[in-house]
Design a protein around this ligand. Sequence first.
Ligand SMILES: Cc1ncc(COP(=O)(O)O)c(C=O)c1O
Length: 426
Amino acid sequence: MPIAEQTSSSSSSTAFDLAWVRSQFPALAQTVNLHPAVFLDGPGGTQVPQQVIDAIADYLARNNANTGGAYHTSRNTDRMVAEARAAMGDFLNCDADEIVFGANMTSLTFAMSRAIGRELGPGDEIVLTLLDHDANFSPWKALEEKGAVIRAVKFNQSDCTLDMRDLAAKIGKRTRLVAVGYASNAVGTINDVAEVVRLARPAGALSYIDAVHYAPHGPIDVRALDCDFLVCSTYKFFGPHLGVLYGKREHLKRLHPYKVRPNTNDIPNCWEWGTLNHEGIAGIKPCVDYWEALGRRANPAVTTRRAAILAAYEAIHGHERKMMEKMIAGLLAIPGLKLYGITDPRRFENRGATFAARMEGHTPLELATKLGERGFFTWDGNYYALNLTEQLDVERLGGFLRIGLVHYNTMEEVERLLGALREIVA
Ligand SMILES: Cc1ncc(COP(=O)(O)O)c(C=O)c1O
């Protein structure tokens, strides 16, 4: 189906202009072996709009400096970082001083686990899940060195949803922290993180939400969730390779980061060590600007940046949903293919457009390689959702083939991918 035919989504109350979206991302115009490149690797990292590329290049060309200096380019850098923080504050619905920048989600989480670990003693419990990316598992498991006890929540093997009863049962008087993913980067399950926060609070446990995989697909509101921490990575939602941590102000102030002495004690900078990746941070506000522009096109009546961001999510939802429905129906119709995660259309609201599949007689690496030759960028392996692949006993078999859609993908790409898969296995 040509892109023009799908530009207004009937199932969404706000208009979605796919042709405009695709025109923003120069990478999407590439070809591989004369095939158009089809980016189905969003869960590993998304492409960036031109304005992000321009802002990064412009920063390096004109304002490349360290922060805190008494001169022009340094002051411009300070201003740019402050604008990026404010933009992320609107993106997550918190204040700018509750936003911490870091190299990526994994290093931010290790830093936070070290700081929280200072408050833990032998027998204190941490609740984790077997559905999560290892970046929300190993940093907490490392606290076993301090005598912390890890309690790992099971998932339902039939549909890869979190076993919420097990989660509730594992939270108890000794629980100090509950760390849960918002959405699975392997099978696409969306977890009820609001309920997780609600269960953690009466136990006096902190909640730590990994929203890395959810952020490109659904709106995040840390105030409404009332979580204590939430982490995401801008490179998964059309920005630069960086991590972002939201921490409730009271926790960022109370906890003690490991840091060098000359560094400030003020939040949020006391949680940012050494020199940050300024050129990357220069791409953050333009990334949020992209979301805002998408939302304003979808709903010109919105007045604030936050409202525009929410309108953008509303607009992409219908498009991602339609692609998901087509992809799942198509994958299930391929003989010998096993699709993991939720496949029941009545429960599609509990999953996103990320698909993990295995095919009889073909390893995931073989499939990804053959697809790659035809211009389809998919992934194979465990994508660090190691507990999941081990529990499902596919780790020793090469994991899954992962196909990940984001809003710049098209129905036509879904059809072509399905056709290519059918050909490969025929
Ligand atoms: C769900 C999830 N959590 C955490 C991470 C780790 O993020 P980062 O690469 O920013 O450390 C990833 C990366 O793929 C992820 O998908």
